[in-house]
Design a protein around this ligand. Structure first.
Ligand code: NAI
Ligand code: ENO
Length: 309
């Protein structure tokens, strides 16, 4: 029997993929809403949602799902946010909150904000939790447990509405912090966006090489490369939109990455073992710092016990 602790009367989830389906199961787990409506663009996704009981009511348009909702969460790829916001704008009820879960914030705010009518709160958010899977069957209630969810209030955001959204995300299991959009986009460019691009590149290089080495790249792939392939299996539409909409920060970090890579390349070519050793010692300390701060819930135990050696 789920706990009953409703924060909103009705919640509408637009775009029924990994994040929305995880939100739905977590909402039900904690009883955070009286009713959850949902909409996805494709008929097949709506049919799947109805089949698996994803949402109390699956609607045939975004406007139908959003009408009368107290909280509307846009869970579509970043590039689709503007069109969805325009579609729901006329039916939003006064006092409602519109939020989103997009991986980029400045561009998403610019895309959504112009459509938000007076009397409706707009409070962007971004859960830092996900997997390489997508679609309505990929979600699970525990996705946000003990993960960060960043709330990015816009100019003039209503404090009570922000506090309510914070309580909602905490009810979903997340730890909540507030951050401004530009800072968010730079931090995410370092911690998520550029690493994804590097994983895509590495798997692409291996794929080119596979033509030379036949199937050995797959057969003998070690843990590091397997991690890259997991990340590189992420949804192409979502990640295309992330890079097109967090251009400046990603290019800035990619520029720095390239400089470091050239420095390491030079050290290898010139046989500068000290440089390589110093560099890897510094990066190992960063990893250990993350584990000691308890910020890597997936880290195996040996990571902690060896941290002082
Ligand atoms: N996948 C991840 O690890 C994370 C994703 N995000 C963000 O969450 C959002 C959703 O991502 P996922 O749930 O992973 O994607 P997903 O691909 O699993 O689901 C997206 C859903 O939106 C629907 N959709 C696409 N365009 C639409 C439109 N114009 N109108 C209505 N529905 C539309 C798709 O049919 C699909 O059901 C994205 O903005 C992404 O940047 C945030 C945190 C983590
Ligand atoms: O699966 C992974 O490794 C992730 O990095 C998950 C993720 C992907 C996109 C986000 O905006 C936030 C988290």
């Amino acid at each position: 029997m789920p706990k009953q602790n409703p924060v909103y009367g009705r919640v509408a989830l637009i775009g029924l993929g990994l994040i929305a389906s995880s939100m739905f199961w977590a909402i039900k787990r904690a009883g955070l809403a009286g009713e959850v409506t949902g909409y996805a663009r494709s008929e097949a996704t709506r049919a799947t949602a109805r089949e698996i009981g994803l949402c109390d009511r699956v609607c045939d348009s975004a406007a139908e799902a959003a009408e009368g909702a107290d909280l509307v969460v846009l869970c579509v790829p970043v590039g689709a946010m503007s069109a969805v916001a325009a579609e729901i704008a006329p039916v939003l009820k006064s006092g409602a909150t519109v939020s989103d879960v997009g991986s980029v914030k400045a561009a998403v705010i610019a895309a959504i904000a112009p459509h938000i009518p007076a009397g409706v709160h707009f409070i962007p958010a971004h859960p830092l939790a996900g997997t390489e899977h997508s679609g309505p069957r990929s979600g699970f209630a525990e996705l946000f447990d003990n993960r960060w969810s960043l709330i990015v209030p816009t100019a003039g955001s209503d404090a009570a509405a922000v506090a309510k959204l914070r309580g909602f995300w905490e009810g979903l299991g997340a730890n909540v912090e507030e951050m401004d959009a530009e800072h968010h986009d730079l931090v995410l460019a370092v911690t998520s966006h550029t690493p994804h691009l590097i994983a895509y590149t590495m798997v692409g290089v291996a794929d080119d090489l596979r033509r030379v080495t036949d199937s050995e790249v797959i057969k003998y792939s070690a843990a590091g490369f397997r991690d890259f392939t997991r990340i590189a299996a992420s949804d192409p539409t979502m990640w295309r939109d992330v890079f097109l909409n967090n251009k400046e920060a990603t290019l800035e970090i990619l520029g720095r990455f390239t400089e470091e890579l050239f420095a390491l390349q030079r050290a290898i070519r010139t046989g500068d073992g000290d440089m390589l050793h110093d560099y890897f010692t510094r990066t190992r300390a960063i990893r250990r710092g993350i584990i000691e701060a308890g910020q890597d819930t997936d880290a195996p135990d040996f990571g902690r016990s060896k941290a002082g050696s």
